[in-house]
Design a protein around this ligand. Structure first.
Ligand code: HEC
Length: 143
């Protein structure tokens, strides 16, 4: 039995060397950031920016393997698909498509459930969802 725990500890230490890189802050031009009113910005910052912007907050378990793999791959994948810090660099077609997806995403599955589980304050209230939907719909139509 004792041996078993020693193996577990050795494996745990071993995997600490297998890291996924996702920087907490990436320098970006403030001019590329999405333009939104302060109400929407507050919601986006609270519920989306950890994975969809260049300024993420990485929690303590984001520095310990294996949980870091999940945290950091969410950040990498989230940024790749939609980065609010670089939104104005996208061409209009991509922006339009993203507004369309944002509208659906806030109803169906964003922010990710595993994230909300540990970041209760990030969950979207019914009111937030309505605001994000209205905002993304009107931006979609305006393009
Ligand atoms: C914990 C990290 C995380 C948070 C927080 C988060 N997302 Fe995501 N999001 C992802 C990842 C990872 C993907 C890509 C993989 C996937 O679709 O599951 C994604 C995909 C998306 C997509 C593309 C979906 C599609 O259908 O193509 C949209 C739009 C989106 N997120 C919007 C949001 C919005 C809006 C918020 C805030 C209300 C948010 N996300 C919060 C991680 C996150």
């Amino acid at each position: 039995m004792a041996k078993f725990f020693i193996y577990i500890v050795i494996i745990f230490i071993g995997i600490q060397f297998i890291t996924i890189d996702a920087k907490e802050h990436i320098q970006s031009n403030p001019q590329d950031e999405i333009i939104v009113n302060s109400e929407i910005k507050t919601i986006l910052k609270r519920s989306c920016y950890d994975c969809h912007s260049n300024s993420s907050t990485i929690p303590w378990y984001g520095d310990i393997e294996p949980s870091s793999w999940l945290v950091r791959s969410h950040i990498n994948d989230g940024r790749k698909i939609l980065n609010f810090s670089e939104f104005r660099k996208y061409d209009t077609e991509k922006q339009k498509d993203l507004f369309d997806r944002i509208e659906d995403s806030v109803v169906i599955r964003m922010p990710l459930a595993s994230y909300v589980w540990l970041h209760n304050d990030a969950s979207l209230s019914q009111e937030d969802k309505v605001k994000l939907k209205e905002w993304s719909r009107s931006e979609y139509k305006a393009i």
